[in-house]
Structure formats: C-alpha cells, structure tokens
Write a protein that binds this ligand. Structure first.
Ligand code: AHG
Ligand code: MN
Ligand code: MN
Length: 346
C-alpha cells in the first residue's frame, strides 16, 4: 500500500485547538505515582460534573434553580438549590466512574460510602463554593481533594481513610465558574489550568505551569469583622493600607484565590474572637487550595503553622486560612506571632 508521511497542516487554514485535559493527563502519566488510568478517570468524572454544573449555573436565572433549597446543611448554613444540584452531580459522577470508594462533602453530614468495591480513592469536595453569590451572578467554584485510601481495597471505609492530613493528597484542584470556566489541578508536580471551550465541550490547557508571584499588592479579607481580629492581624491589615495595597474580596474563596494566584496577593479568612477556628473547612476547602498554592510556589498556613500538616480530628472541622504569595503569608504570620509574644511577655 502506498502511504505518505503526515505533515502538520497549515495553521492559518485550520488553527490548532490545543491540548485537551484528557490528552494532558495522558502525556503527564509518569508523574502520577499510581495507575494513571485511575486518576484520569477521576479527573474525567470531575470534569464531566463540572461541565454540567457550569451549564446549570449559566441558566440558573431562567430555570428556577436559583435561591434557597429550604434546608440547612450540617454546619447550619442555608443550602442553595445549586449547592444541592452540584452535590448530586459530583457524587453521581464519582460513583459511576468507579475509582472512588467514599466522598466527604460540605453538603453531607456523614461520609458517603459509594459502594464501589474496587475504589481506591477518597474524595473531599466543596461542590459549590461561594454559593451566596449564585443569585447575584458572581463567580463561584468547586474545590476537590483526592486521597488514596489506606485500608485494604474492598473492606469497609475506616476513619483513617478519611482523616488524612493534606500532605497525603495525591491530587487536588478547583473549578472556577467565572467569566470563563476553568479547571486547575495538581498531582504534586506543578499546577496547570484548563479553560472550558463550551462549543466543543472540552477543557483545553490554557495556563501551563502556574506560578504564584513571590510577593503581591492585593489583600483579600472580609474586613467587616475587623474589630474581632487578633491584634497582630489588625496591624498587618494597617500595613497593607499604609502600602496602599488593593483590597479585593469577592466572597467566593475559589475566585479570590485564583485571582491572587495569578496576580500576587494574600487571601485571609482569620480566626476571630467569635469564631476562633474561622469559617473555612479544612478537608474540602483549605487542604486542596493549600496543596495547589504550595505547588505553585505559594504558601498556606493557619496563621501559625502549615495547613497541610494539620491532622484532622473531625469531618467538617474549620481552620483559619492565610494563603497566597509566600512573602505576604510569611509577613502576616510574623505579625501574628510578634503580637502573641508581646502578650506573653506582659
Ligand atoms: P460556601 O459557599 O462553600 O459555604 O463557602 C463560602 C465561603 C468562601 O467561599 C468565602 O470566601 C467565604 O465563605 C465568605 O465568607 P464571609 O461572607 O464570611 O466573608
Ligand atoms: Mn466553600
Ligand atoms: Mn459550598
């Protein structure tokens, strides 16, 4: 048979659409310490659910799926309809994919056993982050952490499979439903971002090897509760103002984190005298973003120590969060520690 060698075609006639998420995972398969097919399947499941949630989010105002669901979650927060929809979409996709045995979700009080006998992975997820922003058409997100279970595959899920510190994550990521929809993830070898192309229904690599600027001039914190901040934090915020940094706070952690990752900045959800553990949840908010931040050259602490080294003691436990450009996180932490030392001296 006569053949001819393939020559790349003229890109002025048919431009290259780039690298899809799926192809990228395959190219990078050697970087994942476990079977790459398993990880690809989980990421594919998450990407599929994200596409559906993206669709629901985009038509929320038309489809009567905005507004409250009429129930509160385990943390006493009012669930939005889209919180519930997103939770169903992600849990269903992970169940059908078959690689995940258990899911920890913000929207479920207990661990969900997916009854996937051969599932080797555990996923912790905030299906919809920033849900108070849904009805006002502002960016929202999804946050996920992936762990290997530690007890034998096929046996009942044990607490030690779930209560793993963030430093045991094998992959983590977020989806941002913003001016465009993006999926950003890490497997511990840098951070890569993919933008959704709705007409093709695919995520394409758009932000290879994302790196957090070392310093920055954006600070993101809800200052409405500043009279409840600890003294060191009050001083740090004063310093940000003296330096005329920009205050930027969307109220969707994913969106605030993503902006600061690209532009350089710090996101703080602090401990206050009213909420000594802050608001954000360790297992499905802080850990994933901490892993991504560190992989991008950034930093994440609770003000005093590394987020990824916290040993969880309960499913929905909260933690203060200082995350973003490393120089800024270190400086904020120094202010907190110096203030504490002063109190101790007295
Ligand atoms: P969720 O919608 O998943 O409950 O998360 C909301 C979180 C986070 O996204 C955001 O940064 C923070 O709550 C905002 O809280 P405040 O309104 O207290 O600033
Ligand atoms: Mn959240
Ligand atoms: Mn949420």
């Amino acid at each position: 048979m006569k053949t001819k060698l393939y020559k790349p075609s003229d890109s002025s006639i048919a431009y290259s659409v780039g690298t899809t998420l799926d192809r990228f995972i395959k190219i990078k398969q050697n970087e994942f310490s476990f079977a790459s097919g398993e990880l690809s399947q989980i990421l594919r499941d998450i990407a599929l659910a994200a596409k559906i949630v993206n669709r629901e989010t985009n038509r929320a105002g038309l489809a009567n799926i905005g507004g409250a669901f009429g129930q509160t979650n385990v943390q006493g927060e009012e669930q939005q309809k889209l919180d519930v929809i997103a939770n169903i979409r992600f849990t269903r996709a992970l169940t059908k994919g078959g690689e995940v045995c258990a899911v920890v979700s913000e929207e479920d009080d207990e661990v969900i056993d997916l009854q996937n006998g051969s599932g080797k992975y555990v996923v912790a997820i905030d299906p919809l982050d920033g849900s108070s922003n849904i009805d006002v058409n502002i960016s929202i997100g999804t946050i996920f952490s992936i762990y290997r279970r530690v007890t034998p595959v096929g046996s009942p899920i044990q607490p030690e499979d779930i209560m793993q510190p963030g430093n045991q994550q094998v992959a983590a990521g977020y989806v941002l439903y913003g001016s465009s929809t993006m999926l950003v993830y890490t497997t511990g070898h840098g951070v890569n971002g993919f933008t959704y192309e709705p007409s093709l229904g695919e995520f394409f690599l758009s932000h290879p090897n994302m790196c957090a600027p070392k310093g920055g001039d954006i600070y993101s914190i809800n200052e409405g509760t500043s009279n409840l901040f600890e003294p060191g934090l009050k001083k740090y915020i004063e310093l940000c103002k003296e330096r005329q940094f920009s205050a930027r706070y969307i109220g969707s952690l994913v969106a605030d984190f993503h902006r600061n990752l690209l532009k350089g900045g710090i996101y703080i959800y602090p401990a206050t005298s009213k909420s000594p553990k802050g608001k954000l949840r360790l297992l499905y908010e802080a850990n994933a973003l901490a892993f991504i931040a560190e992989q991008a050259g950034g930093m994440a602490t609770d003000g005093y120590g590394r987020i990824l080294d916290i040993k969880p003691t309960s499913l929905h436990q909260r933690t203060p969060l200082y995350i973003g450009s490393p120089d800024m996180v270190v400086e904020a932490e120094n202010f907190l520690k110096a203030s504490l030392e002063k109190v101790a001296e007295k």
